[in-house]
Structure formats: structure tokens, C-alpha cells
Design a protein around this ligand. Sequence first.
Ligand code: DAT
Ligand code: MG
Length: 140
Amino acid sequence: MKIEQTLILVKPDGVSRRLVGEIISRIEAKGYVIADLKMMQADRALLERHYAEHQGKPFFEPLVEFMLSGPIVAIIAEGQRVIEGFRSLAGATDPTVAAPGTIRGDLARDQGTKVQQNLVHGSDSPESAAREIAIFFEGK
Ligand code: DAT
Ligand code: MG
């Protein structure tokens, strides 16, 4: 059986706050393998594909603008149940209530912006992971 993979993004707030190493450390310390990684500047077309499920929501445009605001780091992490495991490491979407001990709970807070700036993205299902990995790492 192929080992499960997930798509993780360190968002622009994570890069600008110099938290890339801290976030990767937490992924590796949990025991997952970094299978591929790149720093990139996303463009609007890529982000609109990636966040297609959120089209039409009030935070969609702020979300795209935020993700365009600086470089991001795209990571493929792998390991048994890594999709669920990374979501658990990341914590709840809203960083104010994300549990202490999680990436969002320990390292992020509400900034009063229209979109939550919560440091990381992680795929939420095997279908999303396959779709998102294909968007960020063509041919993988
Ligand atoms: P997650 O990143 O936890 O999977 P999501 O897919 O529902 O969350 O939303 C994508 C991002 O959009 C999320 O990381 C932060 C932002 N967001 C989601 N819901 C929001 C809301 N109600 N208000 C502001 N920003 C929101
Ligand atoms: Mg999501």
C-alpha cells in the first residue's frame, strides 16, 4: 500500500515571521517524512484552484489576497494517517481557540483581519490531498 501523503503550506505569515523551521521541526518531530518541499510565490490562478471550495464565501477574496502577499513554502509530508495527523498538529482554524500545543494554538492569534492568518494549510481528506499535491507539485 502506498504511504499516505498530504499537502502542507506554510502561509505568508509563517514565512515572514521566520517560523518555517519551527513548523517543519514539528512535522518531523512527530515522525512524518518531508518528501518534497519548495518555496514559491503563488499566483492568483493557482490559489483560486487550490481554494475552489471557498469561492463565494466572504473571506475568499481576503484569503487569496493574503496568500498572494508573500512567499509560501509548499511541502509534501508522508506517513501513515498523515492527513489526519497534520490537521491535529495544526489545530483549529481559528487561532484564538486552537488548542495550546498545536501550531496555530501556540504560534498564531487573531490579527483583526478579514481572513484568519493561521500559519499553515493542511489537506483535509485523501481526495483533497491528491488534488492539492497535483496543483502544487505537477506530476507527483
Ligand atoms: P482550514 O485551513 O482549517 O482547513 P478552511 O479550509 O475552512 O480552514 O478555510 C481556509 C482558510 O480560510 C482558513 O485557514 C482561514 C480562512 N478562514 C476560514 N474560515 C474563516 C472565517 N470564518 N473567517 C475568516 N477566515 C476564515
Ligand atoms: Mg481547509
